[in-house]
Design a protein around this ligand. Structure first.
Ligand SMILES: O=P(O)(O)OC[C@H]1O[C@H](O[C@H]2O[C@H](CO)[C@@H](O)[C@H](O)[C@H]2O)[C@H](O)[C@@H](O)[C@@H]1O
Length: 252
């Protein structure tokens, strides 16, 4: 991974901005800083301002693990498109009703069998319609809480797709599109030459892994485990990153 702001890599950014570009951003940890409770998250005003400017001339899309309704209320600007539930919601997905029924049944199973032990362990369930998230950021014993969640998930029928993240275990239908499916579909239907994608978490790695080589993939936070080609050191650099894009676009 290379630091996107190092002088050597400005050329890569400039190169990515030639032609018709789709700008795609993850939400939590990317546009907004991580907060102790998911309901308390908001977009910093500098990020809103730069995104508004970018969206005035470019196609800006949000691809998030949250529901579309939830993230819409936090963005502070209107993007070209929003894909929610890790790829399962939006883009006219014909299976949304099926996913919602499956998720509702899983929620009932989890709450019927685990409401008390989850509460005692400090685990919180977030129901996003087409997926569930089990948060353990507030747990006194993080490892034990995660283990409890994984045991509960293993018993779900039909089996769910389970993946982790930042103090979270996500539960989605097996056949639901993921973030990479969604972004590759959008890039194709919009007929863009390239895409810029910024994310920070495990659910963004599918995009980093499957992005065509000419796309610019950026991870918030450096790690050798990521398939992203570039990184930002921290979420607080996000506004500067978008402002840099605006400057380079003005010079095209
Ligand atoms: O794909 P994203 O937009 O990054 O969404 C991923 C999940 O983000 C949220 O959870 C994470 O952020 C919370 C607020 O900062 C934090 O408390 C939690 O520990 C993180 O995992 C959101 O609540 C989930 O629904 C998303 O799936």
């Amino acid at each position: 991974m290379k630091y996107i702001f190092s002088p050597d890599n400005q050329a890569a950014l400039q190169q990515a901005l030639t032609g018709k570009v789709l700008f795609a951003f993850d939400y939590d940890g990317t546009l907004a800083p991580i907060t102790a409770h998911y309901a308390d998250t908001s977009t910093p005003s500098v990020v809103i301002q730069s995104l508004k400017e970018l969206a005035a001339t470019q196609k800006v899309v949000i691809i998030t693990g949250r529901s579309v309704a939830d993230v819409s209320s936090r963005l502070g600007f209107t993007p070209y498109a929003i894909v929610g539930n890790h790829g399962a919601e939006g883009l006219g997905n014909a299976n949304a009703g099926k996913y919602a029924a499956l998720v509702a049944a899983w929620r009932t199973t989890i709450e019927t069998s685990h409401a008390d032990d989850f509460r005692a362990a400090g685990i919180v369930l977030e129901d996003k319609g087409c997926s569930l998230s089990l948060h353990y950021r507030q747990a006194h014993d993080l490892a034990a809480a995660r283990q409890l969640i994984l045991q509960a998930c293993a018993a779900l029928s039909p089996p769910a797709r389970i993946f982790g993240g930042k103090c979270i275990v996500n539960i989605t239908p097996h056949d639901a599109p993921d973030k990479a499916d969604a972004l590759l579909t959008l890039a194709r239907t919009e007929g863009v030459d390239t895409a810029v994608f910024v994310g920070d978490d495990q659910n963004d790695e599918v995009v980093f892994e499957r992005a065509p080589t000419h796309w610019l993939t950026v991870r918030v936070g450096e790690t050798p485990r990521s398939a992203a080609r570039y990184y930002l050191e921290r979420q607080a650099e996000m506004a500067t990153f978008i402002e840099t894009i605006l400057l380079l676009l003005a010079q095209r």
